[in-house]
Design a protein. Structure first.
Lengths: 252, 332
């Protein structure tokens, strides 16, 4: 059974149709790359799945449950976590604190227990901290554990936002242009981090312009053009397909 | 025992010393005028603590005065209509404010931000109009007169009419309680969530936090404490009318928090409220019409030197007096 099913999903902004009749199945363990020219609806697709936008029409189901129109926090609690195109992080906190905050969904004790500093809360906090330290180390941020988040270089901030996404225990992770605006070394670093997430068995949908990295990371590619899905399949097949060549290069 | 830590921190000692000084103050200074300023400052502390709690969840409330007024009216009505005892009337005032905050919050805190500020600003104005015109309940401009509270401790009746010392101790008790609550909240998970929600709502939402829930929680809590503070103030002044808690008070709370330190949950609002009220009253007497001008300039200078308020002095002092500090550190 598919993990995520989109049926006939449409998103309109006024007269603009950002997504049109999208049918899509994502299966567990897949790494799906979403490519397409600027304005083709890639980010909108992620927004619609993550609950940031409500689809105008169509159904989205996740593990058999309808999720179209649910609040983002509910969708996150189900296991769909996303990152953003910009480096959205908690600028008031150090790296470790950022990741601890991202562990919100791992909390089991309630606010009263936390207020009175109960034994179970203290134990849970210690566990979460340990988990956060572990994630920070995995993403190569160990040296920056106690540095304030805003001062970090772009690549490290990207790694941080990915670490935070992983801290939220995703089953399906939506990455929005994780490699945008990076030099070769940074690209290498972040691509490495994405690989680490893949190794943990997380299903990934990845919006990206950098075709080389997409080919390296993904085992399936979807091409969008003007809100329509024009190709879907194995990377090598998709890149040869006539539609894609037309959309990207134009044809005389 | 889990609660008693073997090593007391410097700040803990400082806080305990300050509370003891505050508790002994009326025994040393008998001057009724000074005490009356301090009681007023104490009420402002409660309101400022509430304001700061909302602010720290990322929302700027411009209608906190309305919650003080709602609490005040509720207490006054309970005291006069059903002759409720003092503590019950205060509790009633707090709950009335909290209920209004909840009903308002679940609607406007879904959006939050600027919409929330405008809506609370409007609430302040609407509340005044309602209090002015709902004659049967609020008695319009005349307002409601409230008798001094009647409290017995072990058979002796506490005298509230000839001295204001009991008011001083009650407000001090409330401040300590409120400070403890907000300090614990700030240390606990709710504080962390509240900061997350304030700094980046979109990210927090996608990490699973239900923004409205936490915003409403902080707003209701703040309204409760503000309502209790307002109710207390009504007893203290023995009267409430539509002019008692005006819209300017809401803005004053913001200024208090700026003076004390916007990013400090407990110390900032308390320091700001005391200084604002004390300086404000002194200037009112000495400078009269010039007061707003001088006060405004002072605030501007303060924000210029200490953008993070007076609590930032703890970081500034070491920088300003580096040499002295090193010497102290070596010897002590």
């Amino acid at each position: 059974m598919a993990l995520l099913e989109l049926r006939d999903v449409k998103k309109r902004f006024g007269n603009l149709i950002a997504l049109d009749k999208i049918d899509l199945d994502v299966h567990p363990g897949e790494v799906v790359g979403i490519v397409g020219p600027n304005g083709s609806g890639k980010t909108t697709l992620l927004n619609v799945i993550s609950g940031y936008h409500r689809p105008s029409e169509g159904t989205i189901s996740y593990e058999g449950q309808k999720i179209a129109g649910l609040r983002p926090d509910k969708i996150a609690a189900l296991g769909i976590v996303r990152t953003f195109q910009q480096n959205i992080i908690y600028w008031d906190a150090v790296i470790l604190e950022n990741v601890i905050r991202a562990c919100y969904l791992a909390n089991r004790t309630n606010l009263w227990q936390s207020f009175f500093n109960s034994r179970s809360y203290v134990a849970e906090e210690a566990g979460i901290r340990e988990k956060a330290v572990d994630i920070v180390k995995t993403f190569g941020l160990a040296d920056y554990m106690y540095s304030p988040a805003p001062g970090l270089p772009h690549g490290k901030q990207r790694s941080l936002s990915m670490a935070m996404a992983l801290a939220a225990n995703p089953v399906l992770l939506l990455l929005d242009e994780p490699l945008a605006g990076m030099d070769a070394a940074e690209t290498e670093l972040v691509a490495g981090n994405i690989k680490k997430i893949i190794e943990r068995g997380v299903t990934i949908m990845l919006v990206e312009h950098n075709i080389k990295s997409v080919l390296r990371l993904c085992n399936r590619i979807i091409v969008l053009d003007f809100g329509l899905k024009i190709a879907d399949g194995k990377p090598e097949e998709v890149l040869k397909s006539q539609n894609v060549v037309e959309a990207y290069l134009g044809v005389d | 025992m889990k609660f008693i830590k073997p090593k007391l921190k410097l700040t803990t000692i400082l806080v305990i010393v300050l509370v003891v000084i505050a508790a002994l103050f009326p025994l040393l200074v008998k001057d009724r005028f000074t005490l009356s300023i301090l009681v007023e400052a104490g009420v402002m502390c409660l309101l400022a603590l509430g304001f700061a709690a909302v602010l720290r969840s990322g929302q700027l409330s411009l209608g906190q005065a309305a919650f003080a007024a709602i609490g005040g009216y509720m207490a006054a009505i309970m005291a006069t209509k059903i002759s409720a005892p003092f503590w019950l009337a205060l509790l009633g005032g707090g709950i009335a404010s909290a209920v209004i905050a909840f009903l308002l919050g679940i609607v406007i805190l879904r959006i939050g931000g600027l919409c929330f500020s405008i809506a609370t600003l409007a609430l302040g104005e609407i509340a005044v109009i309602v209090f002015r015109n709902w004659d049967q309940v609020t008695q319009g401009f005349t307002g409601i007169a409230v008798n001094a509270p009647l409290i017995r401790i072990g058979g002796t009746v506490i005298d509230f009419t000839n001295t204001i010392i009991p008011y001083y101790y009650i407000v001090l008790l409330f401040i300590v309680a409120a400070a403890l609550i907000f300090w614990r909240i700030n240390q606990s998970r709710l504080g962390r969530i509240s900061r997350s929600v304030a700094v980046s709502p979109i990210l927090s939402e996608h990490l699973g936090m239900y923004l409205t829930k936490y915003r409403v929680l902080m707003f209701v809590l703040a309204a409760f404490i503000t309502g209790v503070g307002g109710a207390f103030y009504v007893y203290y002044g023995a009267w409430i009318g539509p002019t008692l808690f005006s819209g300017t008070l809401s803005i004053s709370l913001l200024i208090m928090c700026v003076i004390g330190g916007l990013w400090s949950p407990v110390a900032g609002p308390i320091i700001g409220a005391v200084i604002y009220t004390y300086l404000g009253t002194l200037m009112q007497m000495r400078l009269e019409g010039l007061r707003p001008l001088v006060f405004g300039l002072l605030v501007i200078v303060l924000v210029w030197i200490l953008p993070n308020g007076l609590v930032a002095l703890q970081y500034k002092f070491p920088i300003w007096f580096k040499g002295l500090y090193r010497k102290l550190a070596r010897t002590g």
